[in-house]
Design a protein around this ligand. Structure first.
Ligand code: SAM
Length: 234
């Protein structure tokens, strides 16, 4: 169980986020189900409800504060794991159209059950981003692609930018250590430019949101297959 509603609402308000009771109840169901399911399959190393509140829920939802979302976008969450950041965001922004992509089917099965419990509409894809981004039904089809804690920015750009329509954005949630300049070449090659970077603190830890705007189509040879990506970044 999360701490009570008043406590959680106060914690959200420290970050200028308004938590209503409906969203609180959904986050509570999410927290309990995450902890319970984590006994059977590995979903997260964070199992204390107060830490889940900050490190998973508030962290994910802060994207809507720092990345300027209208709340109606189509968004693909690449390497979503246990649903972060897009499921907490969807609880907050009910009109967001989320697609959850992960290479581990056990996590996708968890997410289907979770979204059922939360009465949330979502689209689920089991597969590797390198393969799914080549499929015509997903390529350059989303307003936004996002990722948290999946890979370095250069690799992530190759996995995420191909999903985005020209004019859309790839939003990357990062800790303090990422050197954007190392990904600059990859971002250019894939048709993007870094359009915005925001630094903020979450419980005294530095966080960053890097927004990459897509300004031209991605060449069809990208993303390369996973062994090529591992061997040499763009
Ligand atoms: N985004 C979640 C979060 O912030 O808690 C999960 C992060 S977890 C460290 C990385 C996730 O990315 C795992 O669930 C893994 O299965 C998935 N993943 C890694 N490489 C992937 C790929 N190439 N395509 C799809 N999913 C991938």
């Amino acid at each position: 169980m999360l701490p009570d509603y008043v406590f959680c609402r106060n914690e959200f308000s420290k970050y200028d986020l308004e938590l209503n009771e409906i969203a609180y109840n959904k986050l509570n169901i999410y927290c309990d189900f995450l902890i319970e399911y984590n006994n059977y399959i590995n979903l997260t190393a964070i199992t204390d409800p107060v830490e889940i509140l900050y490190k998973h829920f508030i962290d994910s939802i802060l994207m809507c504060k720092y990345a300027d979302l209208s709340g109606k976008e189509s968004m693909i969450d690449v390497g979503t794991g246990a649903g972060f950041p897009s499921v907490p965001l969807k609880i907050f922004l009910s009109e967001l159209k989320i697609t959850l992509l992960d290479s581990l089917n056990k996590r996708i099965e968890f997410l289907k059950k979770l979204c059922d419990k939360l009465e949330i509409d979502a689209h689920f894809i089991h597969g590797r981003a390198e393969d799914i981004a080549k499929m015509p039904e997903y390529r350059e089809k989303f307003d936004i692609s996002c990722a948290r804690a999946v890979a370095n920015l250069s690799t992530l750009s190759e996995l995420c930018i191909p999903f985005v329509k020209v004019g859309g954005r790839f939003i990357s949630m990062k800790g303090p250590s990422e050197d954007i300049s190392l990904a600059q070449n990859a971002i250019n090659i894939l048709g993007g430019i870094v359009s915005h970077e925001t630094k903020y603190n979450l419980e005294n830890e530095e966080r960053r949101i890097i927004e990459i705007k897509k300004i031209s189509q991605t060449a069809t040879k990208y993303p390369r297959n996973s062994s090529q990506i591992k061997k040499k970044s763009l």
